[in-house]
Design a protein around this ligand. Structure first.
Ligand code: GLN
Length: 469
């Protein structure tokens, strides 16, 4: 598929958007199960308007949206039975911005239920598949968004990342995915899993499209008080000059032994690090001593926030509503028992436990203290270094069904992505090689609100890799 930058310029120059969108729908491979909802009718209507007289930086560009992001008039389920049939009456802020720039929503992508997972297997609508190998998972939770880009069905997509949900599927499907600094992109209209950790972010085939999409979605919003926003300029600022860039390689991200990191992943990432040195960047020594506590702290904080956020799904206000009315407690319990999947229930239970009297100080407050230590580790490491470079995922995309009955092993796969959300810093995952025909992802982490620096580093690496050196 052509890039978003190219498509927008083609449509501006008179290429028929309607014909393009018609073809696009014919090419969507339903067997990959990447979409929960397709919106062909409204997309074709928008395409007609583009052909008449449209404008915007994403004029006519098809985009897939993770089903955790509210879209006015389009079913939004978060891949949960409990939101069956829910049609939001409003657009998320990022959707308003995309529409203003002429983008066309193709559909809502499959994901882990309420973004809780690493494989897109907890979806009520069945797992999505990895286009690089259909017996394998696309990663999660924004697996549908990554897979549809990787399959060449759309050039760009939105995902959300609470502990790796953009970067993990980007890594497993061989695309680019960026988790913005906490507070760069408005969360207005994002169905919350763990508010203090998550951000909506861009996913694309290349760094230029990723930068363009970030330019657009980082616009200011009064309705999210945690958002600072930006005035963009990420695409225009792209430069592949790496001279003078200082980078650190935190060894803590490479595991202790072969069991904790796939040797081929390690090799590809170390090769990429040499490429940065060849391009003129300078390596500095760094340490992140508290990173070993990140997984435990993340899961306590994320589950605690989830247990509180998910209390609003009572079957009365939106989504699933069935059976005859009984007293409030019975109705509430019945609907939640039926509407939530096993993983979501596990997290509500653990989160409620961690927040309960007597355990709050022991678990939740401790996890918050650890979070501060991890943030300090990053602050310190990023004093001397402009960026940190590490593997995104320590493993390759695994087989469908391989880990789903072993939640701990799934949680462990997030070991390199969750520290970034705890610290609130930005990170981009880009492809850096293959092993057994499965993509490997490289993670470039930066200082808060220095997305330009990590995008430049990603761009430089991408240019170098494409030139065959
Ligand atoms: N795998 C992590 C979790 O299940 C991260 C998910 C996410 O980023 N939404 O919590």
């Amino acid at each position: 598929m052509e890039t978003a930058c190219k498509l927008a310029s083609d449509f501006r120059n008179g290429r028929s958007c309607e014909e393009f969108i018609e073809k696009l729908y014919e090419n969507i491979d339903e067997k990959l199960n990447t979409y929960i909802t397709l919106c062909m009718k409204s997309a074709l209507k928008s395409a007609k308007k583009v052909d008449k007289n449209g404008k915007g930086r994403l004029l006519g560009v098809p985009i897939a949206i993770k089903d955790s992001i509210s879209t006015e008039g389009i079913k939004t389920t978060c891949a949960s039975h409990i939101l069956d049939g829910y049609i939001p009456p409003y657009d998320a802020h990022v959707i308003e911005l995309l529409k203003k720039e002429g983008a066309i929503i193709i559909g809502k992508t499959n994901m882990d239920e309420f973004s809780m997972g690493t494989s897109t297997e907890t979806s009520f609508y069945g797992p999505a598949k990895n286009p690089c190998n259909r017996r394998r998972v696309p990663g999660g939770s924004s697996g549908g968004s990554a897979a549809t880009i990787s399959a060449g069905e759309v050039p760009i997509a939105l995902g959300s990342d609470t502990g790796g949900s953009i970067r993990c599927p980007a890594s497993f499907c061989g695309i680019v995915g960026l988790k913005p600094t906490y507070g760069l992109v408005s969360r207005y209209g994002l169905i919350a899993y763990a508010n203090s950790l998550e951000q909506i972010g861009p996913m694309a085939n290349d760094v230029r499209d990723t930068a363009l999409l970030l330019d657009i979605i980082s616009g200011h919003d009064q309705r999210d008080s945690t958002q600072i926003g930006s005035s963009g300029g990420y695409l225009d600022a792209l430069s592949d000059d790496m001279h003078g860039l200082k980078f650190g390689v935190p060894e803590e991200f490479f595991g202790k032994d072969e069991d904790s990191i796939d040797p081929q992943v390690e090799k590809s990432v170390r090769d990429a690090i040499s490429t940065f040195e060849e391009m003129g960047a300078e390596q500095k020594k760094v340490e992140l001593p508290n990173i070993k506590y990140a997984l435990a702290a993340y899961y306590i904080i994320a589950m605690s926030e989830a247990s509180s956020n998910l209390a609003r799904f009572d079957g009365l206000r939106y989504g699933l509503r069935e059976g005859k009315d009984e007293d409030w407690h019975t109705t509430f319990s019945n609907i939640r028992a039926k509407g939530f999947g096993a993983e979501v229930k596990r997290r509500i239970l653990i989160g409620t436990y961690a927040l309960s009297a007597g355990y709050y100080g022991k678990y939740y407050l401790k996890a918050l203290c650890v979070r501060t230590l991890i943030k300090q580790d990053f602050d310190f490491a990023l004093k001397d270094c402009d960026v940190l470079i590490a593997p995104t995922m320590p493993i390759l995309a695994f087989e469908l069904g391989e880990k789903i009955d072993d939640p701990l092993s799934l949680y462990m796969a997030d070991v390199n992505t969750v520290p970034i959300n705890l610290a609130g810093v930005p990170s981009v995952s880009i492809p850096c090689g293959f092993s057994r025909k499965l993509p490997i992802g490289l993670q470039i982490i930066g200082r808060p609100f220095e997305e330009k620096t990590i995008l430049n580093a990603a761009y430089a690496y991408e240019q170098q890799a494409n030139s065959g050196n």
